[in-house]
Design a protein around this ligand. Sequence first.
Ligand code: PAJ
Length: 281
Amino acid sequence: MKICKTIDEMRLAAREVRRAGKRLGFVATMGALHEGHLSLVRAAKSVCDVVAVSIFVNPLQFGPTEDLAKYPRTFERDSGLLESEAVDFLFAPTPAEMYPAGAATYVTVEGLSDKLCGRSRPGHFPGVTTVVAKLFLIVEPDLAFFGQKDAAQSTIIRRMVQDLNLPVEIVVCPIVREPDGLAMSSRNAYLTPQERKSARVLHRSLMEINNRFDRGERSAANLIAAGRQLLSQESGVRLDYLEIVDPSTLDPVTQLDKPTLVAVAAFVGNTRLIDNIVLPV
Ligand code: PAJ
């Protein structure tokens, strides 16, 4: 596995891959890798000739009071894991390499960027789309793999790719969970043992909604009320949002007569966790 620290190195390596007529797959991450990330790497390996992964804790997508400084950074372990997955290139730039002084350009998906997490984290999605656009322009992958775990992020990136005619195909892969249902996340490392137990309520509330939906409930308000009820019973958990939305517009729906996204975000202690499920027609 070749580690590229500079944009020039990564760009040259990727150009060579394409010149050889090979299909290049790309997985963007912020490191602290877990099985969720590795599932994207494996999906990329299974359909691409060459795979590049980036590790970059993107300062632009963190708010002033968020966890940028304490975000887990485990580079040695991460590069070992990627090496075992036979990843070809690891792009690991510094913040100064990605954002030299004077950088002033943002990529923003209007409208979508202030829905769901965008409402409670202003500036977050413009930070994500700016860095992902830059990464796509540096790596120029044929396919890029993202997780359903960050459902709104995937929707917004698809929109950006479509609107800017970026020549990359977006593939969204299923959520990887712990055995008890908790969605894997780099932020789970912040949880105390007690919080780790409480965190199960996110998935439990989604399952409750799923069960009621299976039994025929189609009112979004009733489904949300049932989920909120469970969430409110768990001490130490503070709900940020629980919404049922159209997966492509992220706008709330009232009646579930087409596929919908049920998305939840909650603080468990000081740690903000997200999860979601898709309900069929
Ligand atoms: P990060 O949180 O490191 O996630 C990198 C990718 O892994 C994202 O596409 C995310 O959806 C996916 N992922 C995380 N947990 C997952 C899980 N349990 N199951 C399946 N996929 C999972 O998302 C980001 O980084 C950043 O915003 C980034 C896109 C890299 C831009 O900075």
